[in-house]
Ligand binder design. Structure first.
Ligand SMILES: C=CC1=C(C)c2cc3[nH]c(cc4nc(cc5[nH]c(cc1n2)c(C)c5CCC(=O)O)C(CCC(=O)O)=C4C)c(C)c3C=C
Ligand SMILES: [Fe+2]
Ligand SMILES: [Fe+2]
Length: 343
């Protein structure tokens, strides 16, 4: 069977203009796995409230980070795809969950090349209902409707794979060399606490308290919070960060429901207030730099830190198209393809 790979990232608006941002946010936030409330309430909230004000503010933020070639998230994902393609003999396509580079087009591109078996690769190290799950569910729906004879297999969350932690740690080490920092903050995209409970396969483990995520459980295969805390722990251990000199926080909350805590903005504020002079920040929930890293962290986060009297604020780039990361993903892809040949 001819094999192919479909890398999938989140997506970005077509341009940083309010009308394109509105279209993108409309599609994104109407996803029932992103804003997980009944359709009528979701439509009232998204179309009646959020889309009336947010597109203008978000467009202004996108304008600050937009590149000549387009959205950083898309450009960086394309660079990753192109580099992987050089190390893999199977066709590697790229799609976005939202926007014009659809998963349907990505699957079609592979099918047009004769592909019969696809490795679906969500570009997220940790599982979340709003990221990995929405991709795999949509891909299966598309397969059933449009590509019934296609075989699709998905790459699960890879947050604790030893070779991923090694590559991530090496990149962090390289970027921190020669930098001043008294504290390293691992900031992950947040999700509403409700999402964690919904993804709990045991229906009883996740209490979003201080202990559940460090108490072994089957639930952790799908617990975003556990998976984020594990990345921090494993990288901290590997880089021998001192206890108390590194921590985890969650960014980008939206709305009034409780999201995973502590919140990144308040953590940066507290670190500054408590006398941390120099800090570094790492964003391991994102494979590619994007609005949330380049604007919310590198610009807004830095401003908060400086307002609190902080000095050096070092942001470590995402893995993007880092050579070791490219080699790692290519190795995983080749291993998958070879296992199919010998199976
Ligand atoms: C209920 C709302 C949201 C959930 C849940 C959510 C989860 C989630 N998102 C990412 C990754 C990214 N999110 C990005 C932007 C973004 N996210 C939300 C809302 C939720 N995300 C909004 C409204 C936006 C748009 C920007 C804004 O208006 O603030 C991006 C950046 C995209 C880009 O074009 O650069 C990424 C990447 C993860 C990993 C995640 C759950 C774990
Ligand atoms: Fe998001
Ligand atoms: Fe947990």
């Amino acid at each position: 069977m001819k094999k192919g790979i479909l890398l999938v990232n989140l997506g970005s608006p077509e341009s940083p203009e309010p009308k394109d941002v509105k279209k993108y946010l409309g599609e994104f936030l109407m996803d029932e796995r992103v804003i997980d409330i009944p359709y009528i309430a979701r439509a009232a909230l998204v179309k009646g409230i959020i889309l009336k004000t947010r597109p203008k503010a978000s467009a202004a933020a996108y304008k600050k980070i937009w590149w000549e070639e387009g959205s950083p998230l898309i450009v960086l994902s394309e660079r990753l795809q192109n580099k992987i393609q050089k190390q893999v003999e199977y066709p590697v396509a790229l799609a976005m969950r939202y926007g014009s580079m659809t998963i349907k087009k990505g699957l079609q591109e592979l099918v047009d090349k004769g592909v019969e078996e696809v490795l679906l690769f969500p570009l997220y190290p940790q599982f979340a209902m709003a990221t990995t799950e929405t991709i795999t569910v949509l891909a299966e729906e598309l397969r059933q409707e449009f590509f019934p004879s296609l075989k699709i297999e998905s790459v699960p969350a890879f947050y604790n794979k030893a070779d991923y932690i090694e590559v991530l740690s090496n990149s962090i080490k390289r970027h921190l060399e020669g930098k001043k920092y008294d504290h390293v903050l691992f900031s992950y995209h947040g999700v509403p606490e409700r999402h964690i409970r919904k993804s709990d396969v045991t229906q009883s483990h996740c209490k979003i308290d201080k202990s559940c995520c460090v108490t072994p459980s089957k639930a952790h295969e799908y617990c975003y919070k556990h998976q984020c805390l594990e990345v921090t722990r494993l990288v901290g251990e590997r880089l021998q960060f001192k206890k108390g000199a590194f921590s985890t926080s969650f960014q980008s909350r939206l709305g009034f429901d409780p999201w995973l805590q502590p919140y990144t903005d308040r953590t940066i504020e507290r670190l500054g207030k408590n006398g941390v002079e120099n800090m570094a920040i790492i964003t391991p929930a994102f494979v590619s730099d994007c609005l949330e890293t380049l604007e919310e962290i590198a610009m807004e986060g830095q401003e908060i830190f400086h307002e609190m009297g902080g000095k050096d604020f070092t942001t470590v780039p995402c893995l993007n198209d880092d050579d070791e990361f490219v080699a790692l993903l290519s190795k995983w892809i080749n291993t998958w393809a070879e296992s199919k040949i010998t199976a």
